[in-house]
Design a protein around this ligand. Sequence first.
Ligand code: UDP
Length: 140
Amino acid sequence: MAIERTFSMIKPDATRRNLTGAITKMLEDAGLRVVASRRVWMSRREAEGFYAVHKERPFFGELVESMSSGPTIVQVLEGENAIARNREVMGATNPANAAEGTIRKVHALSIGENSVHGSDAPETATQEIKYWFSDTEIVG
Ligand code: UDP
């Protein structure tokens, strides 16, 4: 199986509730290794840039508001099939549909405040890692 890297965020709704450690443990227990990590309070502009793909969606304003409302932990995760593995442990976007034991089932508050982000494909993983990290900040 391929060793991959993916981009992950622990969102402000989760850092506000002091869940950074609990969520990181769930990622690690799923076989993912944190190879880069930083705490950032993103500006509205950074949130708009990061989520530009969603700019025409009705929830865009709320998403930008929520992502710039407090600290986020941005991370690079590494492991076998890391992209799919991370999506699996995150659970469905809407916590009401998330499988038992997933991060969103256990911790998310709502579809908007759903605690974590994870890249959905190799191209987005590369792009998103680059948005937040330089090569020298990633230590595998
Ligand atoms: N989102 C929202 N309302 C929706 C759909 C999405 O607030 O109806 C937010 C939610 O925080 C989600 C993010 O927008 O995590 C990005 O949406 P996407 O469909 O890419 O979901 P994800 O990949 O995060 O599961």
